[in-house]
Every structure is written in structure tokens, then in C-alpha cells.
Ligand binder design. Structure first.
Ligand code: NAP
Length: 262
């Protein structure tokens, strides 16, 4: 490690102890970035930092609840002191609590979901953007649920849609500094968060045109590209990475059946 298209850059990845965040942190490190591994789960964050170091990379693990402003500011300060100012921010920390329809939605689940996904993205973006240099990158992990809605997840869909609106506005606010902001909207990616869905419905992948669930590395590939110098003209976008899931609407499914392909 050390050499690569992100050599010498400082990346901060939230939710990096697990799933997509872990894969993003590892791949950024493989491209030479120094990585600040942020998560509520300190043991998990330390384990990922050790993985980076075992590949000759440099990493720092910090425990932080992204929904708590003071913790976020302290985390960015510690990262700057120990690694340098953040060049690449990946807001990935997230959770899903309470599968309920609107009428049964518990207020505490609604508020917590918005606090973590929107609050965390807002706090970290605000904390890094002032010291971010030209070429800086902000990458926010949204979801296809934020694009198309999610029955039994109205809080999650609202939070992920908010992340998209936030990203577009941020992109405009920082464009003149040579910083880009983009969102990634994953489909069903095989991580602890989607474990229940995959357990309940192991054949669900058959509804995905790519005929498989996504892997965290599928998202990490795109995040690494968005973080790279080659993506400097790409900003304010939400890129869906779902193996074609959101295109598989009833009209297209019917047409594929007519073609004998379903
Ligand atoms: P994951 O494996 O559960 O990883 C999420 C990580 O974020 C966990 O380590 C979790 O810690 C941490 N975290 C949760 N709340 C936090 C907080 N307040 N502060 C700091 N860290 C926190 O889930 P994932 O699938 O990789 O999800 C990563 C992101 O992708 C999320 O934003 C999620 O909404 C999004 N996404 C996932 C999918 C999918 O199918 N997996 C699809 C679309 C979008 P704990 O384990 O201790 O809670």
C-alpha cells in the first residue's frame, strides 16, 4: 500500500467497522489513502484498522456516534491532529430499526433514524468542509429506498431521500472550492443490515436482474472511483448500484416474460 491513485490522501469513513463502510475503508487504503475508521463499535473499528495495517496501510480507529455533534467535532479534530485534514469523507454509518407502517411507527425510531442518517451526514460534512482542500470528496451512502420509497420503512426512506437532497445542495455550495459531493444508492447488499431480509427470503436475489445480491465491494468500487482524481467533473449525483433491481418493475418484467427471459 502507500502507492495508488489516493496516495497521501486522508479519508474518514463512518460506519467503517462493518459491511459497506469496512469494504470502502479497505479499498481506499488499498489505493493509498490513510484512513480514519469511525464507528460506534470501537472493537470492530479497531479490527478494520488492523486489517488496513496488515496490508501495510495506515489507519486510526475512533469511537463516535455520528448523531452526536460534539463527538463528531472531536472525531474530526482528532483525525486532523493525528492524520491530517480530511480529503475524502464517506458518510456510511447507518441502521434500520422498527419495521412498521406509518400508523404504527414509533416516534423514537423515526427520530433516531433521522438523527443517524441525516444528522450524522450533516454533522460530519459541516465539520470537514471548512478545512477541506481543492480536490476534496464527500460521498454519502443513501439507498434505493430513498429513491423509490420503502413499505414498512417510511422513516428510513425519508432519511435516505433527505441525504440525496442534502448531497445535491452541498455539491452546489462547495463546487467553487473544487470539492465534489455525490451519493450512492445501493440496492440489497449482503451485510449484517440486510441479513434478516436475506434469511427470510433467500431467493429474493432472483428478482434482481443481475441474479445475485450485491456485495459490499460493489459499493466500495464506486466509492473509490468517486474519491479519485478522475471523478473531478462528477458532482451532485445519486448513483444507483443495485444490479438492476429498481428497473425490474412489472412492465419490464412482463416484457421480459414475453421475450422468454424471465
Ligand atoms: P452494517 O454492516 O450494519 O454497518 C453499519 C455500521 O454503522 C455498523 O458498524 C454500525 O455499528 C454503525 N453505526 C450504526 N449507527 C451508528 C452511529 N450512530 N454512529 C456510528 N456508527 C454507527 O450496515 P451496511 O449494510 O454496511 O450499511 C452501511 C450503509 O449503507 C448504511 O447507511 C445503510 O443504510 C446503507 N445501505 C445498506 C444497504 C444494504 O442492503 N446493506 C442498502 C442500501 C443502503 P453497530 O453494528 O454497532 O450498530
Amino acid at each position: 500500500m502507500g502507492q495508488g491513485k489516493l496516495s497521501g490522501r486522508v479519508a474518514l469513513v463512518t460506519g467503517a467497522a462493518s459491511g459497506i463502510g469496512r469494504a470502502v475503508a479497505l479499498q481506499l487504503a488499498q489505493e493509498g489513502a490513510i484512513v480514519s475508521i469511525i464507528d460506534m463499535n470501537l472493537e470492530g473499528a479497531r479490527a478494520v484498522a488492523r486489517e488496513v495495517e496488515s496490508l501495510n496501510g495506515k489507519a486510526l480507529a475512533i469511537q463516535c456516534d455520528v448523531s452526536v455533534e460534539e463527538q463528531v467535532n472531536q472525531t474530526v479534530k482528532e483525525t486532523a491532529e493525528k492524520l491530517g485534514n480530511v480529503d475524502i469523507l464517506v458518510n456510511c454509518a447507518g441502521m434500520f430499526v422498527g419495521n412498521n407502517s406509518l400508523v404504527d411507527m414509533v416516534t423514537v425510531d423515526w427520530l433516531r433514524t433521522l438523527d443517524v442518517h441525516c444528522g450524522g451526514t450533516f454533522f460530519f460534512s459541516r465539520a470537514v468542509v471548512g478545512s477541506m482542500k481543492e480536490g476534496g470528496r464527500i460521498i454519502n451512502i443513501s439507498s434505493v429506498d430513498g429513491v423509490q420509497g420503502q413499505v414498512l420503512g417510511i422513516h428510513y426512506a425519508a432519511a435516505k431521500a433527505a441525504v440525496i437532497g442534502f448531497t445535491k445542495t452541498l455539491a452546489l455550495e462547495v463546487a467553487d472550492k473544487g470539492i465534489t459531493a455525490n451519493a450512492i444508492a445501493p440496492g440489497v447488499i449482503r451485510t449484517p443490515m440486510s441479513q434478516l431480509l436475506i434469511e427470510i427470503s433467500p431467493d429474493f436475489y432472483k428478482k434482481i436482474p443481475a441474479d445475485r445480491f450485491g456485495e459490499p465491494e460493489d459499493i466500495a468500487e464506486l466509492a473509490t472511483f468517486l474519491a479519485s482524481p478522475g471523478a473531478s467533473y462528477l458532482t451532485g449525483q445519486t448513483i444507483v448500484v443495485d444490479g438492476g433491481l429498481t428497473l425490474a418493475n412489472p412492465v419490464n418484467q412482463f416484457a421480459l416474460e414475453v421475450m422468454g427471459q424471465s
